[in-house]
Design a protein around this ligand. Structure first.
Ligand SMILES: [Zn+2]
Ligand SMILES: [Zn+2]
Length: 431
């Protein structure tokens, strides 16, 4: 028998963590151990590092990797991920430490220790990590380096999706259910379990039209995007469609560093050459001349890509504050907007508060939202499930979604013949 314990991300998006344990051996695998941005319980339920055969990380987003350094305060657990996931996680974890300025129970030393215990896996490479346990990573289509995790323990095959995208994007191919062997159980994300995204080409078309209209009017377009993956996806969409070829595209903030890492890991992307060529057409703000170059970008017609995606901080705020008062400018929010963030308030109420003076800045620029989500929508998730091969009962555990979304998704797939569960935090299931 194998026990699956849900440690977090049950009825919420954040603090992912699933423990898979053998009842016959000492084997125990932890899939992800994330951190939630806010709330009383920011980490998943506690697990002793001593009992773990290994931690497997699906991808670099903090809601999946943010708690992993806790295991290196006094432990030495092997950590498995793709090399790209590890490189980006390291940057995001250092950034998280900086932002929370000492409020976390771990420090830089734990991150350095974590590095010593990390082993890299390629997609499709099967690795034995316990007496009767193997793990394999498969492309998840979510962000570069992201993986679904197949845990094979005591003859049971458990697929943990992490975050997945079934739609092909400019950066990545979508997940391929046909490369997954027979499974007993799937633990799936359900972020968009009840809604479908607009078709990607439609979103790209309206986005490009908006950008071109602003440029025709000599305006400035700020695309506020997550530095990891979204900024690069937007860069690819823009360079693919920038037929005039003469509009300047400026990239700033953390997106610069991440883009350089993606260039060196371009083999992890759908079209390595296209990505590298696209990056050559982008102007990266020069750190030495940043004041001058930022002033120039926010005063002359052109396109800017800058994090953070919700205007909470980063260079996007600087640009937003400089261009928001111009009626021929536009601010495009191309990432998901969490309630209460400046991006969401701007979108819903048309109000922008200056970070330093706390004064309301007049909004004359047009404010747009484009859904470039990197998560599968409802139909994509169901189609993915339908293409998987189950040994017998089609058992599905739903996680990583708001409670109502998880429940509705589970009820919908139950009607299609799946045995769907919406586990509560701490609950253990035996298979
Ligand atoms: Zn993610
Ligand atoms: Zn996530």
């Amino acid at each position: 028998m194998v026990k699956i314990r849900f440690l977090g991300a049950c009825g919420e998006v954040g603090r992912s963590g699933v423990l898979i344990e053998s009842e016959d051996t000492e084997d125990a695998v932890l899939c992800d151990y994330g951190k939630k941005m806010e709330g009383e319980e920011v980490f998943p339920e506690h697990v002793s590092g001593k009992k773990l055969s290994g931690i497997v990380l699906s991808h670099s987003h903090v809601d999946h990797c943010g708690g992993i350094p806790l295991f290196y305060i006094s432990g030495s657990v092997p950590l498995y991920s793709t090399e790209l996931t590890y490189r980006i996680s390291e940057i995001l974890l250092h950034d998280m430490l900086k932002i929370t300025s000492g409020y976390l129970p771990f420090h830089k030393s734990e991150l350095y220790k974590m590095r010593k215990y990390t082993q890299f896996l390629k997609y499709g490479q099967k690795r034995k990590i316990g007496s009767n346990t193997w793990i394999t990573l498969y492309n998840a289509g979510h962000i570069p380096g992201s993986a679904m995790i197949l845990v094979e323990m005591d003859g049971k095959n458990i697929l943990y999706t992490g975050d997945i995208n079934t739609t092909e994007t400019q950066l990545l191919k979508g997940v391929d259910p046909l490369e997954i062997p027979l499974i007993d159980v799937i633990i799936t994300e359900t972020t968009y379990g009840t809604t479908d995204h607009d078709p990607r080409n439609k979103t790209e078309e309206s986005f490009i039209k908006c950008v071109n209209d602003v440029l025709d009017n000599e305006g400035i377009v700020l695309n506020a995007a997550f530095g990891v993956s979204r900024s690069q996806e937007i860069a690819l969409v823009l360079t693919k469609n920038n037929n005039k070829g003469n509009s300047r595209i400026t990239l700033d903030g953390m997106a610069r560093r991440i883009s350089k890492i993606y260039i060196s890991f371009s083999e992890m992307l759908k079209n390595p050459k296209k990505f590298v060529d696209s990056m050559k057409k982008i102007h990266f703000i020069d750190q030495q001349k940043r004041d001058y170059e930022r002033r120039k970008a926010s005063s002359e017609s052109g396109i800017i890509i800058a994090p953070s995606g919700m205007l909470k901080g980063g260079t996007a705020r600087y640009y937003a504050e400089n261009i928001i008062n111009g009626d021929n400018n536009a601010i495009n929010l191309v990432s998901y907007q969490v309630d209460g963030t400046p991006g969401k308030i701007l979108l819903e109420k048309g109000v922008y508060i200056d970070k330093n003076t706390h004064e309301e800045i007049k909004v004359k620029a047009q404010i747009n939202h484009f859904d470039f989500s990197s998560h599968a929508g409802k139909s994509g998730l169901i189609e993915f499930l339908n293409n998987l091969k189950f040994k017998s009962d089609k058992k599905v555990f739903c996680v990583h979604g708001d409670e109502e979304v998880m429940k509705e998704f589970a009820s919908n797939i139950s009607k299609l013949g799946y045995m769907a569960e919406t586990p509560e935090t701490g609950k253990i299931f035996k298979i």
